[in-house]
Design a binder for this molecule. Structure first.
Ligand SMILES: O=C(NC/C=C/[C@H]1O[C@@H](n2ccc(=O)cc2)[C@H](O)[C@@H]1O)c1cc([N+](=O)[O-])cc(O)c1O
Ligand SMILES: [Mg+2]
Length: 214
């Protein structure tokens, strides 16, 4: 039985990226996935949009839905102020283990709190479990069919406040049409689309930034 794609990415990073250097880890993942084998990281073009939203939001509490190898987790963690908290949810224990090793190589494992489980099971537990009232920024990049139900769950659990920012990957490819329709038509959101290419490919994608209005 061979390795998995996340393990091959991790091994490449451990071999080629300087440990403790998060930017070299990020560029090593992008190098591997653009030259050797594609993987569903947000990538460097959409990643730059994510960076800009993190910098403008200056979030204290961040939630990520879908860790995978931890690429976007690292991009976010790198830009957070001391004392900020980044929670990332991953339901696949193997992916979670790879991501933890990725965070260790980048020297950011102390900056990230990874919870293993499905978002629908974990989101209702976050307030009690983590003593967090509201999230300032949510990066949504897990199953595309879960974007809308999980957004409604975040609202119902009182985890969003006026000004909370949702940033959703892949709203064009693979697409999250029900989510888009909701955030673009609900009076409770101010939504904006940022077109970009799908990671490592010449295919059209985009991210949607939606500000919760309370
Ligand atoms: O399908 C995609 N993403 C699904 C991501 C799923 C990730 O979220 C986790 N999760 C964590 C918690 C959950 O509750 C559910 C899943 C899964 O265990 C996986 O690690 C995708 C596909 C393409 N593509 O071009 O095909 C491009 C992209 O950028 C994508 O993000
Ligand atoms: Mg994605």
């Amino acid at each position: 039985s061979g390795t998995t794609r996340p393990v091959r990415i991790l091994k490449y990073v451990q071999r080629c990226a300087n440990s403790g250097d998060v930017l070299s880890v990020i560029s090593a993942i992008d190098a591997y996935c653009s030259k050797v084998e594609w993987a569903m990281n947000v990538g460097d073009e959409k990643g730059a949009i994510l960076d800009a939203v993190v910098l403008e939001t200056r979030p204290r509490y961040v939630l990520e839905l879908g860790t995978y190898c931890g690429y976007s987790t690292l991009r976010i963690a790198h830009l957070l102020a001391p004392g900020a908290r980044l929670i990332t949810l991953e339901m696949n224990p193997h992916y979670a283990q790879v991501a933890i090793e990725m965070f260790r190589h980048a020297g950011l494992d102390a900056q990230v709190e990874l919870l293993v489980g499905s978002s629908s099971a974990l989101i209702p537990q976050l307030r009690k479990k983590l003593d967090i009232e509201k999230f300032d920024l949510v990066f949504i990049d897990h199953w595309k069919v879960s974007y809308l139900p999980d957004t409604k769950l975040l609202e119902e659990c009182g985890l969003l406040k006026a000004g909370s920012v949702l940033l959703a990957d892949n709203v064009t490819c693979p697409g999250a049409p029900d989510y888009l329709q909701y955030v673009r038509n609900s009076p409770r959101y101010q939504s904006q689309y940022f077109p970009a290419r799908l990671e490592y490919l010449q295919v059209e994608d985009g991210v949607e930034k939606s500000v919760f209005l309370g």
